[in-house]
Design a protein around this ligand. Structure first.
Ligand SMILES: *Cc1c(COP(=O)(O)O)cnc(C)c1O
Length: 369
């Protein structure tokens, strides 16, 4: 398998698509000229890694992924620095998390180092697609789907691992602004023993209803644990942090929470700054009590898309809990500025989080013809 994976066959498309204007970008609507793909079969393992033109897939209607949802995905970004370099943020963690998700979904593991090499090759080739405007980036979506044509319920024996790229606009077009969040009591995202700590499509399918039922003006829902509906888990598709009486608290990883790369980075930064941070069980009651006592200082979500999303108000039935007078807190702002500063190469990276990507546009074009 090693040898077969050494070379990545590259098929350059004859004419590229027109690139969108940086200031008109949205999220996830436009895709670049090429994608990475490789296949898995039980007899060959992962094989035929290739970079090919982005185009529709040819898959059997009986492919298992359409029926039983055996799939995993990842999300990360490539950023352009002011020197014109492309860089990734902690990409190894995404591929190791992908293998963690694979294990839960009975999908065969990928070679993480090889996946990173393939990603760098793809991003290097598509470098001109990384938008330049402030806050924009190239969103990276690696995913695996089960493709065996079979309606039996069992792990598939065929898979496709694909990476697609999408230029995305700035999350905050008019500056970082706090959002209103509803505490969800009727629906749960997942439970311990379920698939909550895997990044798999089913978790998202399960989350749609709560968001749809949420009142107007509610940006995301705050998920409570699926058993007691008492302990805080996540907010929307972000990990969540509360600053209570000087200490930043985030729910401990408990088997139903997704371990965010941003979450891990936030915890490391807070420790580096000597800001007290705790990973532990945190009940909704404790947050409400802290608010009553005047000790609930900040709340924010953390994830790749928004980086940091300050929470200005929590809604729980008839009750409204305003946090930090609806303003972005000092810690949220400092984390946002530092993380984005590192990602865009504007400030020093003391943790070696950033990984440069070589521009391969010229070399690949030459090599292929
Ligand atoms: C992807 C995801 C996150 C955030 O993870 P990052 O690696 O920080 O982007 C948080 N919660 C859920 C449920 C997720 O799917």
């Amino acid at each position: 398998m090693e040898e077969e994976q050494q070379g990545i066959r590259t098929e350059i498309c004859s004419s590229g698509k027109e690139k969108p204007k940086s200031d008109q970008l949205e999220f996830g609507t436009i895709f670049t000229d090429h994608m990475f793909m490789m296949d898995y079969t039980a007899d060959k393992g992962w094989h035929d890694p290739r970079i090919v033109p982005y185009e529709p897939l040819n898959i059997e209607p009986s492919a298992m992924v359409f029926h039983y949802g055996q799939s995993v995905f990842e999300g990360m970004k490539a950023y352009l620095t002011s020197d014109g370099d492309a860089q990734l943020f902690r990409p190894q963690r995404n591929f190791s998390r992908m293998n963690h998700s694979n294990s839960r979904l009975c999908i065969p593991p990928i070679d993480e180092a090889f996946a990173l090499k393939a990603l760098k090759q793809l991003v290097g080739l598509e470098k001109d697609w990384i938008p330049e405007a402030e806050g924009t980036s190239l969103y990276i979506r690696p995913f695996i789907i089960s493709t065996e044509a079979f309606l039996g319920v069992a792990p598939s024996s065929h898979y496709k691992f694909i990476i697609i790229l999408s230029p995305v606009g700035a999350y905050y077009k008019e500056g970082i602004n706090p959002v209103k969040i509803a505490v969800e009591h009727d629906y749960v995202r997942t439970v311990k023993g379920g698939t909550g700590e895997a990044k798999t499509g089913g978790n998202y399918a399960a989350s749609l209803k709560a968001q749809e039922m949420a009142a107007e003006g509610i940006a995301q829902v705050l998920w409570l644990d699926g058993v007691e509906r008492k302990y805080i888990e996540e907010v929307g598709s972000m990990n969540v942090f509360f600053k209570i009486d000087g200490t930043v608290v985030t729910p401990a990883l408990n088997g139903s929470i997704l371990e965010g790369v941003t979450r891990n980075s936030v915890i490391q930064l807070l420790k580096y700054w000597n800001v007290p941070v705790e990973e532990r069980k945190l009940s909704m009651e404790e947050v409400i009590q802290a608010h009553k006592d005047g000790k609930l200082e900040e709340a924010f979500g953390a994830g790749t898309a928004a980086v940091i999303s300050p929470i200005g108000e929590l809604v729980r039935g008839e009750k409204h809990i305003e946090i930090n007078e609806g303003n972005t807190g000092a810690i949220a702002k400092r984390l946002y500025d530092t993380l984005t500063g590192i990602q865009y190469g504007k400030i020093e990276d003391p943790f070696d989080w950033v990984e440069k990507v070589k521009d391969l546009k010229q070399t690949t074009l030459k090599a292929s013809g």
